[in-house]
Design a protein around this ligand. Structure first.
Ligand code: AMP
Length: 171
């Protein structure tokens, strides 16, 4: 995965001191590298009959949308509060400091729908865990959770026990 990893840039102390931010924009601006990253992620789900890719605002949209297109699946946006226009359900989850809230449309996943959850980075796993709760509340069947990048040292996987967690690049 060296060929993809070289397009991920470390930004120290962003957005606050002590955080090393994984900047994926060098990958996004390179057509060949972006194409290959999406192809490699989609490969993992070939034949798994994904109905919908649930994408987390905002960078999850960028990766989840081409992934859904490639898999012939629909896209379900998960957004910050107040952005979705129809009836929603919410989840509030712990961050390193404080909490955050995400919303999903109540009617976006049919019961039993086969869902893949996608985001750019798995860090502490709090965000993904919150999104899984939303999908479970709507009775979607979670086929997997996909990330471009996993920060293994933060042990986010431990929060997603029992799920098929796939990440293309691990640190
Ligand atoms: P977490 O809930 O801790 O797993 O954090 C996941 C969310 O925060 C993802 O949506 C990422 O976009 C973002 N994130 C957390 N840590 C980083 C990092 N070091 N670099 C880039 N994005 C990050």
């Amino acid at each position: 995965m060296q060929d993809i990893q070289q397009f991920i840039r470390d930004i120290p102390d962003f957005p606050k001191p002590g955080i090393v931010f994984k900047d994926i924009t060098p990958l996004l601006i390179n057509g060949k590298a972006f194409h290959r990253a999406i192809d490699l992620m989609a490969e993992h789900y070939q034949g798994k009959k994904i109905d919908q890719v649930v994408c987390v605002e905002a960078r999850g949209f960028i990766l989840g949308a081409p992934l859904a297109y490639k898999l012939g699946a629909g896209i379900v946006p998960v957004r910050k509060p107040g952005k979705l226009p129809h009836e929603t359900i919410q989840t509030t989850y712990e961050l390193e400091y404080g909490t955050d809230t995400l919303e999903i449309h109540k009617d976006s996943i049919p019961a039993g729908g086969r869902v893949l959850v996608a985001d750019d980075v798995l860090a502490t796993g709090g965000t993904a865990e919150g999104v899984l709760k939303l999908v479970e509340q709507l009775r979607g069947e979670i086929v997997g959770v996909a990330f471009l990048i996993e920060l293994g040292f933060l042990k986010g996987r431990d929060k997603l026990k029992g799920q098929d967690v796939f990440s293309l690049i691990k640190y």
